[in-house]
Ligand binder design. Structure first.
Ligand SMILES: [Mn+2]
Length: 348
């Protein structure tokens, strides 16, 4: 988008008195970093700013500046003074369909993102599908329009750039992402703070779970992917530590060259099974979309509701739970569309 084409967005931001910032449901360094980057800039501009997340913030992001201002209660949507919404790094905006009707009046939504599958659901959309992170999309926008970046905002944005590129190791890492990182560092953002808090600081129990997942790795010929699984029972055995599956799939994708794709299936305490996919070439977003998910060509995910993982004769399968079977009118898994066995077999 040109500077001129973005003028209406800048006018909205300049005129806004109370901005509601929104994260994605899937909380990662990029959605939080981009959102808190906006928080710093908008506060610097003297605006009232409320930040909302549909989920509680994982402990690993406690280091982010201003993270404590993030609210998770729906009351934020009842506030009459909100006159602008900004959402960052949210590929579909689906959760907003429940939240926007709670608002007392119509408020424009500006969306910043880099997911190629994004349907441009905002009133205004700044979408760069080739960008390595939403954080660097946001940084370029702020730079183009001379918005006042401070050190706290820079630290948040740098976190987004670093985490979405696994510290500049993924193939989606662009020159523009490096440029953003250099400029943000000049503003006082610390790279080592990001590394220590996102790549390092693993507890013994988390590494033991990583070990269990590694021990289950299996090359799946039909899918041409390395697969592994994580069950709720595994987590319980190690005292239910917070485990970030995407960092495991990033690590495996960066470390293993035997397969083109990585798939981690994980039971979630909401009764679903989540799939986290990474690829070195093949378009895994297309695969994820078949299962109701989405993402990027090389990094995508999906969620299968009312399901769990089960080992049957040495093979892991996604099985429907009783609730789903009762509601047979609406099958969770449609046969033909969802051949789960070939995706989840993890034993030779
Ligand atoms: Mn992102």
């Amino acid at each position: 988008m040109s500077v001129l084409a973005e003028r209406p967005i800048v006018e909205l931001i300049l005129a806004a008195r109370h901005v509601l910032l929104l994260t994605d449901e899937r909380l990662d360094g990029d959605t939080l970093g981009s959102t808190l980057g906006w928080f710093g800039v908008l506060r610097e501009m003297g605006k009232e700013v409320t930040v909302y997340s549909p989920k509680e913030i994982p402990e690993q992001f406690a280091f982010l500046p201003n993270v404590k201002v993030i609210r998770t209660d729906d009351l934020v949507f009842a506030d009459r003074t909100v006159d602008l919404m900004i959402i960052c790094d949210c590929a579909d905006g689906v959760y907003l369909q429940q939240k926007v009707p709670l608002m007392p009046r119509k408020v424009p939504l500006v969306m910043f993102d880099h997911h190629a599958t994004n349907p441009r659901y905002g009133t205004y959309n700044v979408l760069e599908p080739k960008a390595a992170s939403t954080a660097d999309v946001v940084w370029r926008f702020m730079k183009r329009h001379n918005l006042p970046l401070n050190r706290a905002a820079a630290q948040s944005l740098l976190t987004g750039v670093c985490t979405d590129t696994s510290l500049f190791t993924t193939s989606n890492t662009t020159t523009a992402a490096f440029e953003a990182a250099v400029e943000l560092t000049k503003l006082g953002a610390k790279l080592n703070t990001v590394i220590e808090n996102t790549m390092m600081n693993k507890s013994v129990s988390v590494l033991q779970i990583w070990g269990r997942l590694f021990s289950r790795l299996h090359y799946n010929k039909e899918f041409d992917a390395l697969c592994t699984v994580l069950t709720l029972q595994d987590l319980a055995e190690f005292g239910n530590p917070e485990v970030d599956t995407s960092s495991i799939s990033n690590f495996l994708n960066a470390s293993l060259t035997e397969a083109e794709a990585i798939l981690i299936l994980r039971e979630s305490d909401d009764g679903s099974v989540k799939g986290s996919m990474r690829s070195r070439g093949r378009d895994v977003a297309k695969v994820a979309e078949r299962y109701g998910g989405g993402g990027h060509k090389l990094a995508a995910g999906f969620r299968i509701a009312e399901a769990r993982l089960q080992e049957v004769e040495g093979k892991w399968e996604i099985v429907k739970t009783a609730k789903a079977e009762v509601d047979s009118e609406k099958p969770v898994m449609r046969s033909g569309e969802m051949n789960v066995n070939f995706l989840s077999a993890v034993q030779p």
